[in-house]
Design a protein around this ligand. Structure first.
Ligand code: NAP
Length: 242
């Protein structure tokens, strides 16, 4: 049975990705940083698919904790076939109003978290002569969002990192790709008002905002055999917003 490690899988998009992989018979390592009860409840639920699911706490923005997360996952499951770097935080603020600590938190969690976890997973994937890494960026990482400049920078960094590292590890049989969700209804977008959502729907070609399962479907496809010749790509899942 294959194993997937998903960072930030306690809720939102990460939770939907965990459900998708478990339903398709993957063992699942569910990473979280604060939501212990949610992550453990999800692990219990996923076990009903006849797979092994374990909740593991780690702040991916801390290189030591990222290392321990990968070590623990390997100890429990023996291997990691797929890594989904999904953990992330957002901030909507003018740059001039953004505190240094807020800047650091965005870059450390979103960009460094992705880099640290990837760095720790690669030796075992190289040893296994294969693996799949899918990074969750954002449409703002490719086009830039006003009042989300630091968030956009962190997500743009993930796009550049995906392209570069895919070239470094391709000959080891490792595919690395990046997905760029548009507006997806989760806790991260819970500050949007009904009017905001109406405006966003109008700006979206498909006339609706996204659900976590919309992203999970794309991530699962990228990890599948059908996508084995795809690497170093950046794929939007934004209903045509961009
Ligand atoms: P969410 O509902 O706020 O969930 C965020 C997840 O990340 C939670 O599981 C959280 O864990 C985890 N997390 C946060 N900081 C962490 C850290 N330092 N270490 C480990 N885990 C951490 O967000 P979401 O909407 O599902 O977003 C998931 C990803 O999609 C993010 O990278 C986000 O930037 C990206 N994205 C979202 C949207 C959108 O519209 N929602 C659009 C584009 C891209 P706890 O529960 O333990 O706090």
């Amino acid at each position: 049975m294959k194993t997937v490690l998903i960072t930030g899988a306690s809720r939102g998009i990460g939770e939907a990705i965990a459900r998708k992989f478990a339903a398709n018979k993957y063992n699942v390592a569910i990473n979280y940083v604060n939501s212990k009860a949610k992550a453990e409840k999800l692990a219990d639920e996923l076990s009903r698919y006849g797979v092994r699911a374990v909740a593991i706490r780690a702040d991916v923005g801390d290189s030591v904790q990222a290392k321990l997360l990968v070590k623990q996952t390997l100890e429990i499951f023996g291997k990691i076939d797929v890594l989904v770097n999904n953990a992330g935080v957002a901030l909507t603020k003018l740059l001039i109003d953004t505190k240094t600590q807020e800047v650091e938190n965005l870059i450390i969690t979103n960009l460094l978290g992705t880099i640290y976890t990837t760095k720790e997973v690669l030796p075992s994937m190289i040893n296994n002569e294969g693996g799949n890494i899918i990074n969750v960026s954002s449409m703002w990482g490719s086009v830039g969002g006003s009042m989300e400049s630091v968030y956009s920078a962190s997500k743009g960094g993930i796009i550049a990192f995906t392209k570069a590292i895919s070239k470094e590890v391709g000959l080891s049989g490792i595919n690395v790709n990046c997905v760029c969700p548009g507006v997806i209804l989760t806790d991260m977008t819970s500050n949007l008002t009904i009017d905001d959502i109406k405006d966003l729907k109008e700006q979206t070609s498909l006339g609706r905002v996204g659900q976590p399962a919309d992203v999970a479907g794309l991530v699962y496809f990228l990890a599948s055999e059908e996508a084995s010749y795809i690497t170093g790509t950046v794929i939007g899942v934004d209903g045509g917003f961009i």
